[in-house]
Design a protein around this ligand. Sequence first.
Ligand SMILES: CC(=O)SCCNC(=O)CCNC(=O)[C@H](O)C(C)(C)COP(=O)(O)OP(=O)(O)OC[C@H]1O[C@@H](n2cnc3c(N)ncnc32)[C@H](O)[C@@H]1OP(=O)(O)O
Length: 438
Amino acid sequence: MGSISVESPPEGAVAECNGDRENHGIGSAQPDSMEMEVENEFSKKRKTVSVALEVGTKVLCRWRDNKYHPVKVIERRKVNNGGSSAYEYYVHYTEFNRRLDEWVKLEQLDLDSVITEFDEKVEDKVTSLKMTRHQKRKIDETHVEGHEELDAASLREHEEFTKVKNIATIELGRYEIETWYFSPFPPEYNDAPKLFFCEFCLNFMKRKEQLQRHMKKCDLKHPPGDEIYRSGTLSMFEVDGKKNKVYGQNLCYLAKLFLDHKTLYYDVDLFLFYILCECDDRGCHMVGYFSKEKHSEESYNLACILTLPPYQRKGYGKFLIAFSYELSKKEGKVGTPERPLSDLGLLSYRGYWTRVLLEILKKHKGNISIKELSDMTAIKSEDILSTLQSLELIQYRKGQHVICADPKVLDRHLKAAGRGGLEVDVSKLIWTPYKEQG
Ligand SMILES: CC(=O)SCCNC(=O)CCNC(=O)[C@H](O)C(C)(C)COP(=O)(O)OP(=O)(O)OC[C@H]1O[C@@H](n2cnc3c(N)ncnc32)[C@H](O)[C@@H]1OP(=O)(O)O
């Protein structure tokens, strides 16, 4: 499996969602002609660059950290700028995850750094000659970060179809949230820069006034399902996709805005949705959710997981993961999340698996097998093995795998695995596993 790393500014992704975004103002003078002269003040070399950059061009772009980063032009569109038309460019920062793709103005691009398709091919050839196989593999892995299970053709097809975000912002409850990825909303919504969601029934609308009218009529004050957990102000609701089809579909549209390589299932009948809410006197406000197949051949105990961006990095993701394993324990099964995992998904799971397993190993006296660990935690053996292997706690001795758990090493890894997150209080979980009725 390729190594998955979070690009340097995942924090930025969170900042983005809180509206902490640079304002890319339009410069006053846009050239009217299609060609312009660009002066390179450092080299004093004059170069002619076409203002209308082609899709596929590679260039440096000023990001919100005010530094220049390499980008690839994914799409361009004409915008009217005080009578004259100019292009805006939809760029992918090649060092970062696709959620940071955005529309930028020409002024943000360093035209001296433009690499044309021709230059790129020559450059690729030169680089590949110079690179060792190991270096090349590393680069390939970085480029398909988070999507190892997709073959190259599926990945290209997926990226082509979903290359430009269709909805820029959503309003949900008291938050305005910038989106991360494309979501296949019905075509009539695709020209809306912002969608307004009812935070309870998740119906979405193109105009604020429509939402305001809807809120006067909507009876819901919590997700339309059974409350199966309540502890303090936190509640978890189980929603059956078959009984609440529209809610399930709305949730999938919403979630896809923050999930990249997940298929959107229209057939929500087959899923249960676990909606985590923070409750107050105005109602139960969705914080995040996970979905789960009613029957999984592959022993998946979670299909998709999402913490809404304003609530991320507060421990809710770990809570949702822990909750999914508590359900598996009640079912008497082991479980694993559906693949592929996103970069943030893998980080959260690795952190969870590490903490749960090492806490047991720390307390345990004597030998313990992977199977026993799996029975105690409901974590699938393969996930246990890969976690312990990544921490270098597995050795191969006399023809078998042995867990080597030096207490000091365990403490070091536990510290590195970060905070434990919000605890699931199992005594507050009132739930029976799904059974097909009639
Ligand atoms: C099977 C699947 O569905 S895979 C797809 C997973 N889902 C997605 O990618 C959707 C978008 N992402 C998300 O919704 C969230 O990032 C989740 C659900 C993955 C994690 O939710 P959160 O509520 O942020 O998780 P939580 O606060 O418990 O943090 C989990 C750990 O993951 C890591 N992590 C999460 N986000 C980040 C980030 N932006 N930067 C660096 N590390 C991060 C950290 O180790 C964090 O622990 P810490 O805060 O103690 O350091």
